[in-house]
Design a protein around this ligand. Structure first.
Ligand SMILES: [Zn+2]
Length: 142
């Protein structure tokens, strides 16, 4: 019984050491997303903006195969307001670097002939999708 207790103690210690490594292995200037916590975007323009920002240490900040999925408008705003509280500190840092609060989150509205248009906090606007086919699958969702 004593051996089992020691084994459990050693295992707990090892697990807490590993957890510490997982959260603290990023360079202070790194703006990458954690490899096990890749971003999910709502609009193609978000992918473009996030991809254009490079990590000063590593360059590309996330894996090229990622998802653009629908999120309700309230959910997108809530994530910004909560500062991505359900995610790791590194993920939060990567999102903040990608989408500064001076511009994001944008309002999304439907414009006939263009599709979904995002209007940012500075008043500038951009189509949400570069690929018109992407819009076809989502036109009823916004
Ligand atoms: Zn990095």
């Amino acid at each position: 019984m004593r051996q089992l207790k020691r084994l459990v103690t050693r295992l707990e210690k090892k697990l807490s050491e590993n957890a510490g490594q997982k959260t603290s292995h990023f360079h202070p200037d790194c703006t990458c997303f954690p490899s096990d916590e890749q971003p999910i975007f709502s609009f193609h323009v978000e992918v473009e903006v996030a991809r254009n920002l490079k990590c000063p240490i590593h360059g590309e900040r996330f894996k090229p195969n990622l998802f653009v999925i629908y999120k309700a408008g309230w959910r997108r705003f809530q994530e910004f307001e909560d500062d991505w509280a359900d995610h790791s500190p590194q993920y939060q840092k990567a999102m903040r670097a990608s989408f500064p609060s001076s511009l994001w989150p944008p309002e999304a509205r439907w414009v006939q002939g263009i599709g979904t248009v995002l209007t940012f906090k500075d008043g500038s606007s951009r189509p949400a999708y570069d690929d018109p086919d992407a819009e076809l699958n989502r036109s009823g969702a916004e």
